[in-house]
Design a binder for this molecule. Structure first.
Ligand code: ZN
Length: 253
């Protein structure tokens, strides 16, 4: 009886598809017209009876069990068989165990890397919310962990200067939002934002914003951290499309 399909799958997955000795992936890339070439081989740790120095010591029906197999590239398989005094049973078992532990640690390390994923507890915004007052934008600035923006290209200098001033002001407020705890300070921030929205409106610019609710996962912490991301855009009113919260456009007047 040869190596079962199941033993083969377990071996290849636990080895990460890499030779336990040289750590090379045991297939070559395919070409436009050819499949990848497979040069991985399932080598026996304890060899079949009559199979030389590494033979004997375990039951015949365990010879082809995945626990007695080690994934090697064809070159290292030959080397192992050619150098049985060095690559004895104990050494091969150790190489296999170390290799599988190493593969596991790579996968775990990747899991530990932090990444942002959409928070399923919130509907994700499809369109920017039209901002006409200071209060709602200030609340979005306060609740957000990060802040991004977009400024249209090709504007007259004085329009662009005003928009940059507005964005810089929002960024400054975003940086100190945590420290503004009095009602007075919050109200002043709202008014300041309001004044810029009005000045932009006089020049026929609309301000749009949304908060995308993300979760920061991994990075060694078990519980994901809420990570709201604020996006603010300033658009010329003549180019902006106005839509309801589901993204359906309002007919233009
Ligand atoms: Zn190898």
């Amino acid at each position: 009886m040869g190596v079962s399909e199941k033993s083969r799958k377990i071996l290849w997955v636990q080895a990460g598809g890499l030779c336990a000795i040289c750590k090379e992936q045991v297939i070559t890339p395919g070409t436009a017209s050819d499949d990848p070439s497979v040069f991985g081989e399932e080598a026996h740790i304890v060899a079949r009876s009559g199979g030389g120095p590494r033979a004997g010591g375990i039951a015949e029906d365990l010879i082809n069990h995945h626990a007695n197999l080690i994934l090697l590239c064809s070159k290292d398989h030959k080397r192992v068989d050619d150098q049985p005094n060095h690559f004895n049973v104990d050494r091969l078992r150790q190489i296999k165990a170390d290799h599988e532990l190493w593969v596991r640690s790579l996968l775990d390390a990747d899991k530990g890397r932090s990444r942002l994923v959409p928070d399923p507890a919130f509907a994700q915004p499809k369109v920017l919310k039209l901002i006409t007052r200071g209060n709602p934008l200030w609340n979005m600035v306060k609740e957000s962990a990060t802040f991004e923006y977009s400024i249209p290209d090709g504007l007259p200098d004085d329009d662009e200067d005003l928009i940059i001033e507005f964005i810089d002001m929002l960024k400054d407020f975003h940086n100190i939002a945590m420290d503004l705890d009095s009602v007075r300070q919050n109200r002043d921030a709202e008014k300041m934002i309001q004044s810029y929205i009005s000045r932009l409106a006089e020049r026929e610019f609309l301000v749009g914003a949304f908060v995308r609710h993300m979760l920061l996962t991994g990075g060694g912490s078990e519980v994901p951290t809420p990570w709201p991301m604020l996006r603010v855009e300033v658009q010329p009113a003549r180019l902006a499309e106005v839509a309801d919260e589901y993204g359906n456009p309002y007919p233009r007047q």
